[in-house]
Design a binder for this molecule. Structure first.
Ligand code: PLP
Length: 511
């Protein structure tokens, strides 16, 4: 067990401690909130805040290393030095006093970079999706979206004025066509071209790590709506910075810029900053500025966000070798520019997938349904021109935590993702590759996954339903210890389980 693994486990165990039962004499206001939090604690799903200090990073979004290498910090400080009179606060919302020359300049630069009419920089991807989906679909329009669209887009759709919102099965072109045809046949205003269909997809899906069949979707939409009233919104949160010419993203990679009405790129992933930009024509931009409540009623992005984005964009496009991968410099004595870092990301992802899927233990565990990688089980993933760096491992129900505990104890951060973030029965550990991971890191990861798989195979073969893999046992023992130390007894107040029994029930999957 590594030191960071021990710290993480202790934090996790402490985070499962139920609180409401010991608050009988406290205000109902706080007790009710704690009762709500206890629901996650009771099932071992309460996540602690922890410092990202694992030995090996297979989780953060800093995929091409602009952040961890210090390259962005250096570029950002240069940006500050070049603009010494900056104001920290924006001074108001964009339509009031928050519009600045600097933001205007940045947006023009971005528009030119992407060869689009306009760009609108906002606080975050959340803000962008809220603005887009709450504002752009007008009354009488219909939103058609992939069922795995990000929660931020769904939140925007919730307050949209659209007549209807229809989902299609994830990345399923036939399901998409079926839904579009139903919309066409049931909505005369849309059929006649008076109202629109707004189609929402992601380029790379954040939890599955697969790629949108965008070209096929565009072709189908054009055929079903030849009057041009079906328009696409593409969320490029995970493809921006990692694919396309100079990292401009998936739509640029496919050369489909003219087919997409709105693209949304976030700065918080590969760019290693925060904020987002909405790429569109002037009409859409003005609609958002004048009608999106989330923009009208909120202060404009601060200078620091804009400056970090500008610095990150410069690095992302630079041909110069930068220290974008600090750990590589140590390992190989080389510096990479962003484009080389992107190539390395592809190389390492393929190396990981090949090494894992060819391991006999993985094969055995996969055949038993203990581990799955649905996107990479068929050989044809090799034929794709590029793959995503998001490489989750599906597990049996409840096992995502077991695998995560195992990885953590080997110094690797792999986050368990369970319902309601993903559908029931699709628990997984989400892993993300980085250009700064080394071949040795990849080997350590594969070894760790396979040693867990071996343990699970042995447990299954033993038929012992109460036996847990070692790392999970350790985590649950810690949890019992924390509960016992506090003497918390949730028997009466929280679904009839006390700290000790609860740990057993969680561990045995009976909760
Ligand atoms: C696909 C997708 N869209 C939007 C967002 C939100 O972006 P931000 O973190 O900038 O709010 C995320 C972030 O996780 C995302 O994965």
């Amino acid at each position: 067990m590594t030191e960071t693994g021990s710290v993480w486990m202790a934090e996790w165990a402490a985070a499962q401690k139920v609180k409401a039962p010991s608050m009988k004499n406290e205000s109902v206001f706080y007790r009710n909130l704690e009762e709500e939090l206890d629901l996650a604690r009771q099932t071992g799903h309460s996540l602690p805040l922890h410092l990202p200090n694992h030995e090996i990073d297979f989780s953060s979004c800093d995929v091409i290393g602009l952040g961890q290498s210090g390259a962005l910090r250096k570029e950002f400080l240069q940006e500050l030095a070049d603009n010494p009179n900056f104001h920290l606060g924006a001074g108001g919302s964009r339509l009031m006093d928050g519009h600045t020359r600097y933001q205007d300049k940045l947006e023009r630069e971005i528009a030119e970079m992407f060869d689009v009419e306009s760009a609108l920089v906002v606080h975050s991807g959340w803000t962008a999706n809220q603005a887009i989906f709450s504002t752009i679909p007008r009354p009488g329009d219909v939103i058609v979206y992939d069922e795995l669209m990000h929660a931020t887009a769904l939140a925007g759709m919730k307050v949209s004025l659209a007549l209807e919102q229809r989902l299609f099965r994830h990345n399923d072109v036939d399901s998409f066509i079926e839904v579009l045809e139903e919309v066409r046949d049931s909505q005369p205003q849309i059929r006649s071209g008076k109202r629109c269909v707004i189609i929402a997809v992601e380029s790379y899906y954040s939890m599955d790590g697969d790629i949108c069949p965008l070209r096929e979707l565009i072709d189908a939409a054009k055929e079903i709506f030849p009057l041009g009233n079906a328009q696409f919104v593409v969320d490029e949160a995970h493809s921006f910075g990692v694919v396309g010419p100079k990292g401009l993203g998936f739509v640029s990679e496919l050369g489909l810029e003219k087919e997409i009405a709105i693209r949304m790129h976030t700065f918080g992933k590969a760019l290693s900053g925060s904020g987002a930009v909405i790429l569109s024509n002037n009409t859409v931009r003005w609609m958002l500025i004048n009608h999106a409540k989330v923009l009208i009623c909120s202060v404009a992005p601060p200078f620091t966000l804009l400056a970090a984005a500008r610095a990150g964009l410069r690095l992302m496009r630079s041909e110069e070798a930068q220290k974008v991968s600090a750990s590589l410099i140590g390992a190989y004595g080389v510096e990479l520019n962003a484009s080389q870092a992107r190539d390395r990301l592809q190389y390492l992802t393929k190396l990981y997938l090949d090494t894992l899927t060819s391991n006999p233990i993985y094969k055995k565990a996969n055949a038993k349904g203990l581990l799955r990688m649905p996107m990479h089980e068929e050989e044809d993933w090799h034929d794709q021109p590029f793959i995503t760096h998001i490489v989750p491992i599906w597990t049996k129900s409840k096992h995502a935590h077991y695998l995560s505990f195992h990885l953590v104890s080997d110094g690797i951060n792999g986050t368990p993702i369970v319902f309601p973030i993903v559908p029931k029965g699709e628990d997984r550990v989400r892993l993300i590759m980085h250009s700064y991971n080394t071949e040795e890191d990849v080997k350590t990861l594969v070894n760790s996954i396979c040693s867990w798989a071996q343990e699970m195979l042995e447990i299954e073969a033993s038929g012992d339903k109460n036996r847990l893999p070692k790392a999970a046992q350790r985590a649950f023992d810690l949890m019992k210890k924390v509960a016992a130390e506090d003497g918390v007894d949730g028997t009466k107040e929280t679904n009839g389980v006390n700290g000790t029994n609860r740990a057993n029930e969680i561990a045995n999957g009976t909760m």
